[in-house]
Design a protein around this ligand. Sequence first.
Ligand SMILES: Nc1ncnc2c1ncn2[C@@H]1O[C@H](COP(=O)(O)OP(=O)(O)O)[C@@H](O)[C@H]1O
Ligand SMILES: [Mg+2]
Length: 235
Amino acid sequence: MYLTPNELIKNILNEGRNRLYEHEAFKLLELSGFPVPRTGLAKDVGEAVSIAEAVGYPVVLKIVSPQVLHKSDVGGVILNINSSKEVEEGFNKIINNVKKHVPNAEIYGILVQEMVPQGLETIVGSTKDPVFGHIMVFGLGGIFVEVLRDVSFRIAPLEFEEALEMVDEIKSNRILAGFRGSPPRDKKALAEIIVKLSKLVTENPEISEVDLNPVIVFEEGKGAKIADARFIISK
Ligand SMILES: Nc1ncnc2c1ncn2[C@@H]1O[C@H](COP(=O)(O)OP(=O)(O)O)[C@@H](O)[C@H]1O
Ligand SMILES: [Mg+2]
């Protein structure tokens, strides 16, 4: 379907849109070699069930709508779905939840996604500054970013060693190193994602903002996976 990340971005800009739908964001990441869960877009319940069977249970269902930016705030995410019956129930539940919270929401479809195993939630992002160009951001998920603002920054593009420094630089780095029975995390996998994203945004100047949140990181040596992605693009 899409040949290159750049063609995908150009097609969306030509449609007059500035935000990628979630399935497009995951397609872009997959085309660029990022570690992503198996993902498909369903337009109806039947399609959701067949995608779930192909992906393998457990799966996650998520709303895809131009009016919904924070999916879980409107009941638009259901985790740990284990059967075709649960897919059917979850599909309808999400649509009802979204219609209740955002009455004018246009429902583009429902994302059916492999459930990523338990891990530590981190964020990797990029913003575009008029002076410095693309700036990379790293932090731990949840309160660490939202309340404590514990993040590190670098100007893109960057090399692996710099990305690893970024990961080590946050104040809560002991949590990544292993803390009270929780294992040391795969920092190299995080650094690889940061380097790849810095390359992607540098090669595609149309990308003005990226938020990979969460990037779920596993034990050392076991990698990381991107569970949600938001891309803002402009001409
Ligand atoms: N594929 C997945 N596997 C496991 N957990 C997930 C997956 N997708 C989302 N989650 C969990 O659900 C939360 C909300 O989903 P997300 O896609 O980030 O929606 P939003 O940020 O728009 O509310 C995530 O922060 C993560 O904790
Ligand atoms: Mg998210």
